[in-house]
Design a protein around this ligand. Structure first.
Ligand code: COA
Length: 165
């Protein structure tokens, strides 16, 4: 069973664990053409498939999926998963349609990094992003991620021990 994590944030964004009641909202964000094309599984997702995925996520101990709120409003989502042996992947970054470009996702990325070191004691984080996703890459670079490798249109970026130079 998943460990409970209390909401955390920086005063502008609050990250709290995703709940079933949030799924309809985030699925609407996710299924927009301009959003879904940036995910590896880029097809539209049905609510039933989304719910099934979420219920299996709830059983995982190595995966935390967050709703990002600001002033009590949902503004985005993000996650950290495959937490293992001091490392993890971050991703599932998605901004709510009317909240883009306000810095909420950059702040969320910074909070996930803080959570990964302060709460999970991780020393290495990585992510994968499509090489044409300039907006996302810019956010990640600003948070200190650097390219580690690239293959088949996907860039792997990392932060942490194996990147220290
Ligand atoms: C990637 C995504 C989450 C970023 O959300 P956002 O609301 O734009 O993020 P922020 O407002 O925190 O940061 C945006 C940054 O990108 C910059 N930016 C905006 N448009 C840009 C563009 N076309 N090209 C490059 N940078 C751009 C902004 O200036 C800002 O940079 P700054 O912090 O230096 O000012 C959002 O575009 C999204 O949901 N995309 C669809 C899903 C997705 O791609 N997820 C990531 C999968 S790896």
């Amino acid at each position: 069973m998943k460990q409970h994590v209390a909401p955390f944030g920086d005063g502008t964004v609050v990250l709290r664990l995703m709940e079933e009641k949030d799924l309809e909202t985030i699925l609407t964000w996710r299924n927009r053409d301009e959003a879904r094309i940036w995910f590896k599984n880029s097809g539209k997702i049905t609510f039933d498939a989304h719910l099934a995925w979420f219920r299996s996520y709830l059983q995982k101990e190595d995966d935390f999926f967050f709703l990002v709120e600001s002033d009590g409003e949902p503004v985005g989502q993000c996650g950290i998963y495959d937490i293992n042996n001091g490392s993890a992947e971050i991703g599932r970054f998605l901004v709510a349609p009317k909240m883009a470009g306000k810095g909420y996702i950059g702040r969320s990325c910074a909070e996930i990094i803080r959570f990964s070191t302060g709460f999970l004691n991780l020393s290495y984080l990585f992510l994968e992003v499509m090489e044409e996703n300039a907006k996302a890459i810019r956010v990640y670079k600003r948070q200190g991620f650097v390219e580690e490798s690239r293959q088949d249109g996907l860039i792997r970026m990392a932060l942490g021990r194996d990147r220290a130079s």
